[in-house]
Ligand binder design. Sequence first.
Ligand SMILES: [Zn+2]
Length: 167
Amino acid sequence: MPDPLFAPTENAAEPDLESQLSQARAIARKAGKTLTPVREYFYKRLLCEGPLGAYELLAGLDGVASAKPPTAYRTLEFLQELGLIRKLQSVSKYIATPLSAVSSPMAFVVCRQCGLTEKLECDPAQTSVFDRARKSGFDQLDATIEISGRCGRDDCPGDRLRTGRST
Ligand SMILES: [Zn+2]
């Protein structure tokens, strides 16, 4: 079984976090925008912690700034427009895009029951779907492919419900 992309590994994103942040700042600058402290905070948390929802991001904002849900959604939209994060529609959570893949298709499989998310390798066939979409005149594509299903792990709450096991 492949390692879940977002399994909590201690200090997983630590070594090059600063360089990822400065690259993200450069991407924003190039687009004529700025990573404000709130934007940077959201991006940093998504880099380090994997899929998080707007409210989870807001909940940790104490001390960085005071923000309300509309601010959170505007911030997430901003980061999405820059390609720095992607939204996983089926679980309404956001993830950081690896800076090498800001404008490339990315595919994920998401467990409907527990939200476990794994990144899948995209092959040329998937990439060509996006090329075709562009050729037919679409732009600003959300190049995120999302497949939902059940992870089948023993500790997935959905499986516990199904088999009547309790924790
Ligand atoms: Zn699951």
